[in-house]
Design a protein around this ligand. Sequence first.
Ligand SMILES: Nc1nc2c(c(=O)[nH]1)N=C([C@H](O)[C@@H](O)CO)CN2
Length: 121
Amino acid sequence: MDIIFLRGLEIETVIGIYDWERKIKQTVLIDLEMGTDIRKAAASDDIKHTLDYKAVSKRIISFVEESDFYLVETLAEKIAQIVIDEFKVPWLRLTLNKKGAIRKASDVGIIIERGEKQKYA
Ligand SMILES: Nc1nc2c(c(=O)[nH]1)N=C([C@H](O)[C@@H](O)CO)CN2
């Protein structure tokens, strides 16, 4: 299985469990690894034979900007489901970093893996 990755996608959104967090936008950083088979695209040199990482990033940005979840868990799970369902990705690993949420920590967040890693011949 090959991997297409997207790192450091920075998006402003409403996220958090406290009252003050419901009134402001905070930054989340998203890293995504998506399982795929890149060989057809490599052989044809044609975007239609691969996962378009620009299309994925635009969809995630638009979803996250409009969202207002309480937990990072919920936001991460929803993003994962969109990528799997709409882009036919069989496996992904998603890191959601709510940078600055913990005063004495540089980073805090969640890493999830969903789907099955494929074995290609
Ligand atoms: N497991 C989680 N713990 C916490 C979350 C969360 O989303 N998942 N959120 C908060 C607050 O919103 C925090 O980010 C603000 O400081 C606390 N714990």
